[in-house]
Design a binder for this molecule. Sequence first.
Ligand code: G4P
Length: 288
Amino acid sequence: MQIQWFPGHMAKARREITERLKVIDIVIELVDARAPYSSKNPMLNDIVNNKPRLIVLTKKDMADEKLTQVWLDYYKSQGYYAISVNLKNFNEYKLIIDTCREILAPKMQREKERGIRPRAIRAMVVGIPNVGKSTFINKLANRKATITGNKPGVTKAQQVIKVAKDFELFDTPGVLWPKFEDPHVAKNIALIGSIKQDILPLDDLYKDVMIYLSENYAYLLKDRYDLVIDFEDEDWLLKTFDHISKKRKIKLLKGDIDYDRVMIAIFTDIYDGSIGRITWENPTCVND
Ligand code: G4P
């Protein structure tokens, strides 16, 4: 899903989430494990305020395992609950529900002690485009779930999925925007497919990607394209195009390398993960 965000959209998203917060117990914030900072919404902290929040790093199957652990440790050190999942795995989404139950168990116990009748936990999912919100919600909705609308505090347009006796979830996610204005973020969310790449100059993105991969995942460049970059060579960038063009047998354009197609080939390998598992940032990038 590609969304053009304008100030009006942002204000509306913010309003809708604030409204729902009144009736939910926990916010499930999905971020992409390949860019766990860049795929977070910068304003969610202000909006969510004191509600418990579970940060879920999705697509862990596409991310660098070691860095996923580093990010989980980082978010936990910041006082969040954090887990990682592969939503494409048959039952892994259940870990999210179970973790919410664990987080809220003390609250439910306190309510019980005060004589409040046992009730279902109510949760909502939020996140920027493409982080797996619908995948998660659809898995829940397809599984013996019943849609129950018109609950107190839930407007007609919003429906609640009854996942289990003790767990309910809003059936539409809160869609948030990334921090586009930060060039580091814009680059990373383009690389994970959350915004169209064409808002960025492709050749700059290509150059940055080659440098990052060479510094951090040289083995992937070697395995996939048999490419080893020699930065001492002042023509190194052009040579990568030449090499990949030949390796991937990309048709020449009027006798010359088709630079655009080489870049698209690389970016496609990156989005769909066929190049291998990559994480584009580590917690040292966090500056706010
Ligand atoms: P959104 O609602 O937040 O916008 O995201 P959505 O669920 O549409 O997911 C975006 C893409 O990410 C989908 O792929 C989905 O299958 C994939 N995805 C979600 N979670 C995971 C995960 O944990 N691991 C992996 N590998 N992929 C995940 P798609 O190609 O757009 O659709 P589809 O053909 O897979 O259905």
